[in-house]
Design a protein around this ligand. Structure first.
Ligand code: CTP
Length: 437
């Protein structure tokens, strides 16, 4: 045990020591459980601790957070608490519990239980191991270590997928992540649950969460392929099917995401799951995509980004594919769109000119700004108002098109516009001096 713990970061080890000291001082049986234990044995980095207390988990969490700088969120209803420490560490606490599923695919009824009950209610043997903090030993009632060694995903009891059908997606996710295989009886029961369309009976937000997790994995396309083989996509939408062209699009998305990450690490990180979801639902009409958003309770901003590539017009694509298009027009077309939509368009259209224009937008135009400010316009005798924004847009367009390069040229352009009485400046008297201070 000590050997295993010696491999984790020092701060995490000292955190675990503190938890251990508190457990010993309060004479409580406290365990590390779940994914952290699995990853510790596998030697995979995991900073999320899951703690189970045979007793009051919330009280243990409150006592733990008191002497240190941390934030605690208590979910009284679920008997759990989450503690956030120094931003990177998240520790989930819960009281050991027993679960009974009164109805398939519905949330369980929970009551206090032993550690064994708590481990037995879990999804797979590899996630159902614990480490006793007091004794520093691994507790492995269901041979999770054997399954880790043999690279097997195995459920703990025959009704596991019926009780909680989201485990179908979780099983695929762990299979793909660790390159394990789903053990034969588990696979048979998984297929039976699929046949009974159990996944369609779960509250949609729960399948949504597991679908998003699958799309956030390192190998989302592997997950999608496996979902196609074992489950199908009816749980997303009754009409959703994927063919070779959809997979070609998904691969192209993967390539463009890598391109973006490599070239623009300093920009806002992409919501990669959303880009893969764009690829996944590409064969559907906008109305069907809206229905998915409603059913899955996606946020308005997510819905907008998901629908982005569907909402560009033919004219938009023709313009963006025109080698003679001016930079200001490229900017006007792409700037209102999210990065996710822009990346999806770059992946979707196999047109080198369009791809180059998108790359230019991200590389040059997206970051371009002008030097003149509101103060400068004021000095020129323009009173503040919506016109300011219109002037800035004119100047920016000129800059994008290479017609002005520095502040002097920007100001000259504005003065020229004033003298020629450009339509947006109509009704504005130029400064009596017509010069800058
Ligand atoms: N769990 C479960 N059934 C579920 C969800 C979770 O049994 N439908 C249990 C598993 O024991 C899991 C633990 O709760 O290990 C924590 O859940 P989660 O954080 O989702 O899983 P991790 O195993 O930590 O997965 P990941 O590495 O993806 O964070």
């Amino acid at each position: 045990m000590e050997k295993l713990l010696s491999k984790i970061p020092e701060e995490l080890r000292s955190l675990i020591s503190k938890l251990r000291e508190q457990a010993l001082a309060q004479d409580l049986k406290v365990y590390l459980v779940g994914g952290f234990v699995r990853d510790l044995i596998l030697g995979v980095k995991n900073l999320d601790l899951d703690i189970v207390v045979e007793g009051d988990g919330i009280k243990f969490a409150e006592d733990f957070v008191k002497p240190q700088e941390g934030k605690i969120i208590v979910h009284k209803h679920f008997g759990t608490a989450t503690v956030f420490l120094e931003k990177i560490f998240k520790v989930d606490f819960s009281s050991a519990r027993k679960e009974i599923y009164p109805k398939p695919a519905h949330l369980p009824i929970v009551s206090p239980g032993s550690l064994k009950d708590d481990l037995f209610r879990r999804d797979f043997t590899i996630n159902a191991m614990a480490i006793s903090l007091a004794e520093g030993t691994i507790v492995d009632y269901f041979d999770g270590q054997d399954d880790l060694r043999n690279k097997k995903i195995r459920i703990l009891h025959d009704l596991s997928f019926i009780d909680d059908p989201t485990r179908v997606l979780r099983g695929i996710r762990f299979e793909q992540r660790f390159n394990f295989s789903i053990e034969s009886k588990t696979l048979k029961l998984l297929k039976e649950a699929v046949k009974l369309r159990m996944l369609e009976k779960v509250q949609p937000h729960r399948t949504r969460d597991d679908l998003i997790l699958a799309l956030k994995e390192n190998n989302p396309i592997g997950n999608i392929i496996r979902i196609k083989q074992l489950v199908g996509f009816k749980f997303i939408h009754p009409k959703l099917r994927l063919f070779a062209n959809n997979f070609a699009y998904l691969r192209s998305l993967e390539k463009e995401i890598k391109w973006f990450d490599k070239n623009y690490p300093q920009r806002r990180g992409l919501d990669v799951w959303l880009i893969y979801l764009i690829g996944l639902v590409d064969s559907l009409k906008p109305l069907a995509i809206r229905n998915i958003c409603d059913r899955f309770g996606l946020r308005k901003g997510e819905e907008k980004r998901l629908l982005g590539p569907k909402q560009v017009t033919r004219r938009f694509i023709v313009d963006l594919s025109n080698p003679k298009i001016k930079p200001a027009r490229i900017f006007a077309l792409l700037n209102p769109l999210s990065y996710e939509t822009v990346i999806a368009l770059k992946a979707k259209y196999n047109n080198p000119v369009l791809k180059r224009h998108i790359a230019d937008f991200l590389e040059i135009y997206n970051d371009m700004c002008i030097f003149v400010s509101g103060d400068d316009l004021h000095c020129l005798g323009l009173s503040p108002g919506p016109r300011y924004q219109e002037i800035f847009t004119l100047v920016l367009n000129a800059k994008l098109n290479g017609e002005v390069k520095n502040k002097e040229e920007e100001l000259s352009l504005i003065k020229e516009l004033l003298n020629k009485r450009h339509p947006i400046l109509r009704g504005v008297a130029p400064n009596s001096k017509g010069t800058l201070p």
